[in-house]
Design a protein around this ligand. Sequence first.
Ligand code: UTP
Length: 468
Amino acid sequence: MIDVASLSQIEQLGQQHVLRYWSELSETQKARLNEQLTHVDWEMIRYYLSDLKSSERDVRSGRGTIAPPAHIVRCPRTDAELDSWDEARRKGEQILREGKAGVILLAGGQGTRLGFPHPKGMYPIGPVSGKSLFEMFADQVVTLVARFGHSIPYLIMTSDGTHEETVAFFEQRDYFGLGHANVFFFRQGYAPCVDSETGKLLCVDKGVLGMSPDGHGGLLAALLKAGLFSEMKNRGVEFLFLHQVDNPLVKICDPAFLGLHVRHGSEVSTKVVSKTSPDEKVGLAVDLNGRTAIIEYSDLPSELANEREADGGLRFWAGNAAIHIFNRSFMETVATSAANLPWHRAHKRIPHIDDEGHLIQSEVENGIKFERFLFDTLPLAKTALIVESSRNEEFAPLKNSSGEFSAEYVRTHIVQVALNWLKAAAVTVPEAATVEISFRFASSAEDLALRVKEVEDLTFDRPVYIGP
Ligand code: UTP
């Protein structure tokens, strides 16, 4: 039996073609198609179908008056600013001691640009250790738990494409010491793909809809569905630190960031780094119509992107590092509100079957994928805060198979951070040395300085791993 509610929507929206092969399907195939149909957001399909070609239907993240973000904390430069950051750090440390912080990792992406045949988090990125991204993150969380004496739940969002391998990877490695009870895997949802000319749902096989992950903004619905807002509330977690799977330099639960978030009464805070050039392809923190927002690089008009301040710096310099802190209650409110987050359209080449049921690999962008973006939460917050961080110390995402943001690029940055910390601790180290410092040994230049006796006799004539 076809699900009655879905059938009514299919008929209303002229999508009967998805049932063309119904009588040929096995019971299992029918059940699967029914399951897929119950996940279709029919209201969204109806909205786009009503005027498929209209660009008015596209959520442009930068529509309106754009100005640099006013609600921003820059990196500390003066003594007074350093003191203020120190105070924020102490506040953040207190939050960690009280067990009020949890961590979310976004690991549902398909990683198409990298072209690695496993979930991106399994990529062996450690320049000397060969550790995976997942292990490097776990090292940080384990270190925080030991330092502050309180458990930290780690919530890992996967998608159908990454779930099984990710879970198996953690299980085989005994959760990297995080403890099974503190790691929560949950899957993000899916959205159907439609033909860009006709708006018809695309099928990838007889009775199988073409679906794609619903974007990192799918996080909110996925947390709700998995019951994780209640779970976190029961554990006393008030703040959710969020990071992406590709940046091994992220400072998980950075206490100063947590402290600033609380001091400013922010509901969602975002770290930004300086853009390297006007045309760097990174999202931007701005004020949009007077509200803090992040817009896509393609939504910043080029005359604005090229504007300079009197000192020669870019006026729009604040690149989104995709590192956030959310109040748990704010995130839950957005997740449960009827409107939730808007859908964005992306035109892609999407494989699909033709009228005879043959699979077609399209040479042109034939279809539309729908995604939600996490940063659309910012304008919904009563207060959103932007915090500047050091690009060299905190931002080196693994995105591409070569060039900028490739594995080689990321490893070079990991090594550079280690060299900077060693030099700051007055350890003599050649410029060309290859060094990796485990977070379990030291998680900052200050930490390393305290353990300098243990490293000052090292020779750096071959790659060195400084571990616990
Ligand atoms: P990206 O936008 O870089 O996408 O994701 P991606 O899928 O990893 O890579 P490409 O574009 O296919 O090459 C940024 C972060 O958001 C997560 C990713 O796992 C990464 O941590 N993400 C993205 C999801 O969790 N789900 C999604 O649907 C999309």
